[in-house]
Design a protein around this ligand. Structure first.
Ligand code: B16
Ligand code: MG
Length: 246
């Protein structure tokens, strides 16, 4: 992770500028869902029931503990808290075994370039993920230095659509929520951005992400320049570059 590279006007009463971008991890920067799926399927099979890719959709953006509860609900399996804790731990070991093989070229198309583009525009960069493994994954992908702050499942307790993860990111970056844009692939993530009073960019299916300020198919389809233009146009805010009034 980088020391903040930017001259964000910390605390300045300027509500008009786009100053920071907050990114979800799974589905925006990298597709970790496939590894979560393999690990959860192994757990389900061990418990004696099937777990499909369609089932896995219900776990996207959901915390590990909550994911286990959903999985047990699918199988109709009742366990006590101790057994659940052991299973969650086992699932994570299986997941990490797969994830440890990840290579830098698994960064989703355009993500590395877009992060760099935003940094070059003096925008603060934060991660806002439910995953407790976020830092490990960014390191494996060799993109940790592109982030000024990392807010993950170890730092927050309330899951999206609660805005905690994004509000924490803005606070750590030293910017106000209305100066932030959030990038999310899950409906709950867009709701979290709206609840945080942030500009929201859906990454993925417009049918699912209809509440976002706008939707792109992936970060390869967006430049920092277009983001800033849309932020200005749709929110009536004005971006100033470079920000010299810190
Ligand atoms: P971990 P995100 C989420 O990541 C995943 O989408 C979700 O499937 C997973 O259960 C959650 O992280 C917790 O992950 O078990 O690694 O702590 O989309 O919030 O970046
Ligand atoms: Mg996601």
């Amino acid at each position: 992770m980088n020391a903040p590279h930017l001259s964000i006007s910390r605390g300045r009463a300027d509500t008009k500028a786009l100053k920071a971008c907050l990114f979800d991890l799974d589905g925006v920067i990298v597709d970790t869902a496939k590894y979560h799926y393999i690990a959860w399927r192994e757990i389900a099979n061990e418990l004696g029931f099937a777990f499909t890719e369609e089932d896995n959709e219900k776990l996207k953006g959901v915390s590990r503990v909550r994911s286990l509860e959903i999985l047990l609900g699918i199988g109709g399996v009742l366990l006590d808290d101790g057994q659940k804790a052991l299973l969650a731990q086992k699932k994570n070991s299986l997941y990490l075994r797969h994830v440890s093989q990840m290579r830098p070229d698994e960064v989703l198309p355009g993500a590395r370039e877009f992060l760099t583009d935003c940094r070059n525009r003096n925008l603060g960069i934060g991660l806002g993920s439910a995953s407790k493994n976020a830092r490990t994954i960014l390191d494996l992908l060799r993109i940790s230095p592109l982030f000024d702050v990392i807010v993950d499942g170890n730092k927050v307790t309330r899951a999206k659509p609660d805005p905690e993860v994004f509000l924490t990111g803005a606070r750590e970056l030293g910017v106000l929520p209305q100066n932030c844009a959030v990038f999310e692939d899950a409906e709950a993530g867009i709701e979290a951005a709206i609840a945080a009073n942030m500009f929201s960019v859906g990454v993925g299916d417009p049918a699912v992400l209809g509440n976002a300020d706008f939707v792109v198919s992936g970060l390869q389809a967006l430049s920092a320049e277009t983001l800033i233009a849309k932020f200005e146009r749709q929110s009536g805010r004005k971006y100033t570059f470079p920000d010299t009034n810190a």
